[in-house]
Design a binder for this molecule. Structure first.
Ligand code: URA
Length: 196
């Protein structure tokens, strides 16, 4: 993160944060992985067990699948993507983040967005969608569609996508299955990246 001293400062604040109860049970706060200077930002839900242990997002089974999905179109977290979560500390037993936890943590995500100004934002799963978009529609209805973000710093393209944990629970690759739909979505994402 050498080229982004502001972001480094926010990461340090995040590591010391005690704004919600989750700091009491965390091993490490989980700020980001991947490349800050990247066109794509992926926003997931919250750290799980492995992420809490290692201090890096998407390193467990879901993360390995996420890496494979990116690699299937020639993208990688080492080169092309900045990865973070809606909240930075693991909720006990991987429960959904509480509204007060999301509110307390929001400034970190807002800072990541404002400093990095990604051109493409992938909203990975229901929790990320609900944090970033005002919609009552479920992820199955809106995944794969582009929405225009409306931020003080710009109007990035935003796409809801399935969470890889959901894909791990739905193994079929048949036409119309969640995995097949994700394959369509990642191809569309690659097309959009190449068009930037
Ligand atoms: N699931 C998420 O949403 N984020 C992670 O970092 C790991 C699993």
């Amino acid at each position: 993160m050498g080229d982004y001293p502001q972001l480094e400062k926010v990461k340090e604040e995040c590591a010391a944060c005690k704004a919600c109860e989750l700091h009491k049970t965390r091993t490490k706060s989980v700020f980001s992985a991947g490349v800050p200077n990247s066109k794509i930002m992926l926003i997931g839900e919250a750290p799980g067990f492995n992420e809490d242990q290692q201090g890096e997002p998407f390193v467990g089974r879901a993360g390995q699948l996420l890496d494979k999905i990116f690699e299937s179109v020639g993208l990688s977290r080492q080169k092309d993507v900045y990865i973070c979560n809606t909240i930075k500390c693991r909720p006990p037993d991987n429960r959904d983040p509480l509204p007060e936890e999301k509110a307390a943590c929001r400034r970190f995500l807002d800072a990541q967005l404002e400093i990095l100004k990604p051109q493409i934002i992938l909203l990975c799963g229901r929790v990320a969608v609900n944090s970033m978009m005002e919609t009552k529609l479920g992820i199955t209805k809106i995944r794969g569609q582009w929405f225009k973000g409306d931020f003080s710093w710009g109007e990035p393209q935003m796409m809801p996508i399935f969470h890889p944990s959901y894909l791990l629970r739905n193994q079929s690759r048949e036409k119309g299955s969640p995995k097949w739909l994700m394959w369509q979505d990642i191809k569309e994402i690659k097309r959009a990246v190449d068009a930037l």
